[in-house]
Structure formats: C-alpha cells, structure tokens
Design a protein around this ligand. Structure first.
Ligand SMILES: Cc1cc2nc3c(=O)[nH]c(=O)nc-3n(C[C@H](O)[C@H](O)[C@H](O)COP(=O)(O)OP(=O)(O)OC[C@H]3O[C@@H](n4cnc5c(N)ncnc54)[C@H](O)[C@@H]3O)c2cc1C
Ligand SMILES: *[C@@H]1O[C@H](CO)[C@@H](O)[C@H](O)[C@H]1NC(C)=O
Ligand SMILES: *[C@@H]1O[C@H](CO)[C@@H](O)[C@H](O)[C@H]1NC(C)=O
Ligand SMILES: *[C@@H]1O[C@H](CO)[C@@H](O)[C@H](O)[C@H]1NC(C)=O
Ligand SMILES: *[C@@H]1O[C@H](CO)[C@@H](O)[C@H](O)[C@H]1NC(C)=O
Ligand SMILES: *[C@@H]1O[C@H](CO)[C@@H](O)[C@H](O)[C@H]1NC(C)=O
Ligand SMILES: *[C@@H]1O[C@H](CO)[C@@H](O)[C@H](O)[C@H]1NC(C)=O
Ligand SMILES: *[C@@H]1O[C@H](CO)[C@@H](O)[C@H](O)[C@H]1NC(C)=O
Length: 526
C-alpha cells in the first residue's frame, strides 16, 4: 500500500513539474517555422506576430466569449493560421522543440476561451483556413476539415441531397474540430445519437508532427478523440463522417408558457414524458427570464419532428396536451431550413446566414454550466431555480435537452463520450451580458443557480458535458497538469472512461505536450 502511494506521488511530481521549469524560446520557434517551410506551400503568409497590423483582427475574430477576448494579451506570441497541413505539422514540431505552448483553435467557441488564452507565453494554431468539405451521396459519407463550420457542412450536405443530414449542434458557427471531438449533440440526438457516433475516420497530427489516420493511429486513439476532446491528443485535421437519413419534410415549433400560464406544471410533466416520446421527436424546454417591466419566467418549448405536422400534433396532444399546441404553431420545412430555425432566425430567413463567419470582436460576455438529470426534479426544486433566475438583471436561460431514444442503446464506453443511458435530460445553464461591470454578479449568480440545482442532479461524480466547458469543475494552471486535479474534472467530464483516456494519453503524448487547463493527465491507470 505504502509503496503504491510513493509511486503515485512520484508520478504526480513528474507529470506536474516538467513544464514549469523550462523557458520557451520564441525567436527560435518562429525561425524553426520558416526553416521548415516547404517552398510549394510557404508558411510566411500564415504567421501573424504582434508586428503584423492584422494580428489583432486575426486573434479576435474567432474569440466567441468577450470575457477572454483580450487582444492585448501579452502572452500571445504568434498565431499560425495554417493554410496547409504542413503548417500544422511545422507548428507542432517547432513548438515542442522550443517549449512553446500551443492552443488549437477551429471555431473559437470554447466557453472558457481555452483555445485562445493562456497565462504562459503561447501560440494559437488556428485551423479556420482548412475548411474543405466533400460529400459522397451514394456512400452517404462526408469528409470535413477541422476549420469548416457546421453551417458550411449543413449547406454542403443539403446541396448534395435533400434527405441526408448530420447529427451535430445547433449553432452554425461552431468549428468541426472542437465541436465533434467534444461529442457534438443536437436535435437528431434521440434518433441518431451524437456526432462522434458517426465518425468513421479522422486525420490527426500527433506529437511528433506525423499525420495519422484511423488505421495508423489505432483504435485506442481513435476512440479517445471521439468525445475526449482533441486538444489532449493532437491536432485534428479532418473527419470522415457517415450521414444519416431524414425526411424531405420536417416539422418544428416554438411555443411559450409563462409562470402565469402554468409553465411550472407543464415543465414538470415534460420531465416525465420527453425522454419517452418517439425518437423522431426532440422537444427541448428552455426556461428563461422575460425582458420588460414585469420580469417573469417563460418556458419555450422548441421541437423538431422527423415527420408531418399532423402526426406531431397527435403525439403532443396525446402526451403533453398541457402545452396547448395549435396547428398554426407548427412549420413544415426542409432539414436545412430547420438549422436556421434552431439558430434562432425567424422562419423564412434565407439559409445564406448559415455561411456567415465572424469578422468582428465578440459583443457579449457569457458563462455556462451543465448538469445531467436522472430523476424528475420536484416542483419545489424547479421553483427554487426560478427564484435564482429572477435575480439576474440580464439574459439568463436554461436548456433542458431530452435524452432517451438511441442514447439509451449506445454503451457508455462505445466512444469517449460517457453520458448515455439513465439520463432523463441534460441541463445547460447560460447567462449572457454586455456590460463588463456585470461579470462579477453574473458569475456569482451562476454559482448560486448551480448550488440550487445540486440536490436534483447527478452526483458522485456530478457529471458535466465537455463541450459546455466550465472551468469551475476543476482546472490546472496553464502549462502544468496535476494528476489529482485532473482526476477531479476528468471524472466529471468522462466518468467511467477517464482511466482509458489517461492510458491513451500516456501512450501517445507521454511528455504532455498537448496540454491545457482541463487536459487529460498522461497517467497509466488501471
Ligand atoms: C453559441 C454556441 C452554441 C453551441 N451549441 C452547441 C450544441 O448545440 N451542441 C454542442 O454539442 N455544443 C454546442 N456548443 C459548444 C461547442 O460544441 C464547443 O464550444 C466546441 O468546443 C466548439 O468547437 P470550436 O472548434 O468552435 O471551438 P474552439 O474554441 O476552437 O475549440 C474548442 C476546444 O477544442 C479544441 N480544438 C479545436 N480545434 C481542434 C482541432 N482541430 N484539433 C484538436 N483540438 C481542437 C480547442 O483547443 C479547445 O479545447 C455551443 C457553443 C456556443 C458558443
Ligand atoms: C507578418 O509580417 C511578416 C514580416 O513583415 C511577413 O513576412 C508576414 O507575411 C506577415 N504575415 C501575414 C499573415 O501577412
Ligand atoms: C488594447 O490596447 C489598445 C491600445 O493601448 C487600447 O486602445 C484597447 O482598449 C486595449 N483593449 C483591451 C481589450 O484592453
Ligand atoms: C414568450 O413569452 C414572453 C413573455 O410573454 C415573451 O416576452 C416572448 O417574446 C415570448 N417568446 C416567444 C418565442 O413567443
Ligand atoms: C406589470 O404588473 C403591474 C402590477 O401587477 C400591472 O399593473 C402592469 O400592467 C403590468 N405590466 C405589464 C406590461 O404587464
Ligand atoms: C426554406 O427557406 C427558404 C427561405 O425562407 C424558402 O424560400 C424555402 O421555401 C424553404 N424551403 C423549405 C422546403 O422549407
Ligand atoms: C465496454 O464495456 C463492456 C462491458 O463492461 C465490455 O464488454 C466492452 O469490451 C467495452 N467496450 C469497449 C469498446 O471498451
Ligand atoms: C463600469 O464601472 C466603471 C468603474 O466603476 C465606471 O466608470 C463605468 O462607467 C461602468 N460602466 C458601465 C457600463 O456601467
């Protein structure tokens, strides 16, 4: 017992100390990049340093959260906006040999800015230029590079076929690199599962700068990057994904109930039925505070049904008549049009909005947290949540996302994403504000809301969703990975899959080059 403990301590020290003592060599890093440049694909035009006038705009355009979007961040030494795979390889090799930390960025939507901040000198490896997509309709497959956005992917799929789709998130500007490697869920989840359930191959640049695919990386690493987060293991260059079938006509609705209209009762009932509805139906409940003089809670019920509005009306009237759904609430449309609807554009908006890329600094500050719910929350619990939500002075909402369907059938260890059977729904808490002075109050209220929810949600561990990154569930300082701390956030994000993830990490990146505040520790574990 004692020997095991000493060994454990020794490992702990070795993993956590190495990075801190060594100083990065920034000049050599930049020189190394130029030296490795292949004349056919020169890297110069991909490198931004503070001397380039476009440095700041290159930095801020892919920083979604204003809380972390500081263009004057003196720790940022360079941005490599890779235009070719060799630029990715060079960045990894040169950063490693010169002890420069990198942050990998695809869409820049990381909730805690981990793709573009560090308290140590670092370079951003930005993938946004690598955004090709090819669709193979007869094989029902697609190949998508990490820097493509979901909006671009959805558009390409629907240009090729009206009855193919891909199960992924509802925000069109999410990057394929971060989003898919963190799991990737959306409104096709109950029917088809999540993005990683449809990944059949991937290209990745490993810690030695080698490009690997599924066959050459092996099943362990391929398993890990499907839900374990890419940034602990390497740089994802591209994914090969299977597409799924959807009908040409899909029905959506968005109806609203305020507290005065019985929202609490309807939401309580929603908990009992939403995970048991036909898997073609995804019915999200979204409690939020209303704007205006008489602040109250309104729960929006947003649905997507792979079928007609007539059939949807039947299902809702049978299972949740309290919603009072009317025919005119329902809209039938193509799958592509549902993606603009879910992105909160009014029905009738042109799908060209799906191709918009950010070009300006972010407008808002935000904070998000997540929970998994395994038994219905009593009405008193829901009412306690309302009480805290009503204390906010700006936008705050929850998303209650129903589980069930195929999510109950896919084993928790099939991919690194562990949150499967036994969940009724997942909660996302989200606060958004535009006044920098409101940050402190919002962070405190988000903590309060999370505390209020504690008795009603999963425990030991209190599970959290990696894509809804939350620095409060545990974190390490930039540049070092303390194993004890790593196991705290790791067990919440990965539950029973953490040990295998740590083993894969120890095998493929034993010196912990690919690290960040919530990366997986390289520890051989049983
Ligand atoms: C408005 C909004 C809506 C959202 N909606 C959903 C949703 O519906 N469903 C859902 O599942 N999630 C959703 N998310 C969360 C989103 O999936 C995550 O923030 C995801 O990590 C974003 O990926 P990205 O590439 O845009 O972000 P980035 O900030 O670029 O990256 C996120 C993480 O992935 C790493 N990473 C990025 N690219 C690579 C790469 N090529 N190789 C290795 N590692 C990489 C980064 O280093 C970082 O750790 C939403 C987020 C926002 C802001
Ligand atoms: C940044 O400046 C350097 C030095 O002038 C130049 O070589 C490089 O091409 C510039 N980068 C970009 C992206 O324009
Ligand atoms: C960055 O520095 C510039 C110039 O000093 C200043 O105008 C700007 O407000 C600063 N931005 C932030 C976010 O601190
Ligand atoms: C929901 O109801 C609230 C309060 O009546 C209102 O402010 C909001 O605009 C409504 N939203 C929708 C989508 O109908
Ligand atoms: C707000 O509530 C007050 C008091 O109940 C009422 O007089 C007023 O009409 C309400 N305002 C709105 C916009 O509903
Ligand atoms: C999709 O939306 C566009 C833009 O509003 C509209 O012109 C088109 O008719 C819609 N198509 C379907 C099938 O929903
Ligand atoms: C998942 O767990 C089951 C049961 O514990 C085991 O039989 C199976 O081999 C595991 N699968 C993988 C991919 O590890
Ligand atoms: C934020 O606080 C600062 C310092 O107290 C104050 O000068 C500024 O006006 C405030 N900004 C807003 C938008 O309230």
């Amino acid at each position: 017992m004692k020997v095991v403990f000493v060994m454990f301590l020794a490992m702990l020290v070795s993993v956590s100390s190495q990075a801190v003592v060594q100083k990065p060599n920034i000049g050599n890093f930049l020189q190394c990049l130029r030296d490795r440049s292949d004349p056919k694909n020169p890297i110069t035009k991909a490198i931004f340093t503070p001397q380039n006038s476009t440095f700041t705009s290159s930095y801020v355009s892919y920083t979604k959260n204003k809380r972390y979007s500081n263009p004057n961040d003196t720790n940022l030494i360079a941005i490599v906006e890779a235009k070719h795979e060799s630029h990715v390889q060079a960045t990894v090799v040169c950063a490693k040999s010169n002890r420069v930390q990198i942050r990998i960025r695809s869409g820049g939507h990381d909730y805690e800015g981990l793709s573009y901040t560090s308290s140590l000198p670092f370079a951003v490896l930005d993938m946004n230029n690598l955004r090709s997509i090819t669709i193979d309709v007869s094989g029902k497959k697609a190949w998508v590079q990490a820097g493509a956005t979901l909006g671009e992917l959805y558009t390409k799929i629907s240009e090729a076929s009206k009855t193919l789709a891909f199960p992924a998130g509802v925000c069109p500007t999410l990057g394929a690199g971060g989003h898919i490697s963190g799991g990737g869920y959306g409104n096709l989840m109950r029917k088809y599962g999540i993005s990683v359930d449809h990944v059949v191959d991937a290209q990745l640049v490993d810690v030695n700068g080698k490009i690997l695919n599924r066959a050459s990386m092996g099943e362990d690493l391929f398993w890990a990057i499907r839900g374990g987060g890419g940034a602990s293991f390497g740089v994802i260059l591209s994914w090969t994904i299977n597409l799924v079938e959807v009908p040409e006509t899909i029905t959506v609705f968005n109806v609203n109930k305020t507290l005065g209209q019985g929202a609490t009762d309807v939401l309580y009932k929603w908990q009992l039925v939403s995970s048991k509805l036909p898997r073609e139906l995804f019915l999200r409940a979204m409690p939020q505070i209303t704007k205006g003089a008489n602040k109250t809670i309104a729960v929006k019920f947003i649905a997507q049904f792979l079928g007609s509005s007539k059939k949807l009306m039947e299902i809702i009237n049978k299972n949740l008549p309290e919603l009072g759904l009317k025919g005119e609430d329902c809209y039938e449309m193509s799958w592509l049009n549902t993606t603009t609807f879910w992105a909160d554009y009014p029905v009738g908006t042109s799908t060209s909005v799906l191709l918009k890329r950010p070009s300006t600094p972010p407008g808002a500050f935000f904070k998000s947290k997540s929970d998994y719910v395994k038994k219905p929350i009593p009405k008193e619990g829901i009412e306690k949540m309302w009480k805290t939500m009503l204390k906010f002075n700006n936008h705050v909402f929850m998303q209650w996302n129903p589980y069930g369907g195929v999510m109950d059938k896919i084993p928790a260890n099939a991919t690194a994403f562990p949150h499967r059977k036994g969940n009724l729904f997942k909660i996302q808490y989200f606060a958004l504000w535009i006044d920098a002075n409101a940050t402190k109050a919002n962070l405190a209220l988000m903590k309060e809301l999370y505390d209020v929810a504690e008795p009603y949600v999963s425990s030991n561990p209190r599970e959290a969703f990696l894509n809804y990154r939350d620095i409060d569930v545990g974190s390490n300082p930039s540049g070092m990975t303390n194993v004890v701390e790593g196991k705290i956030y790791g067990s919440k994000y990965f539950v029973g899959n953490l040990n295998r993830l740590m083993n894969v990490k120890a095998k493929y990146d034993p010196d912990n080059f690919f690290r960040h505040e919530q990366s997986i520790p390289p520890l051989r574990a049983m």
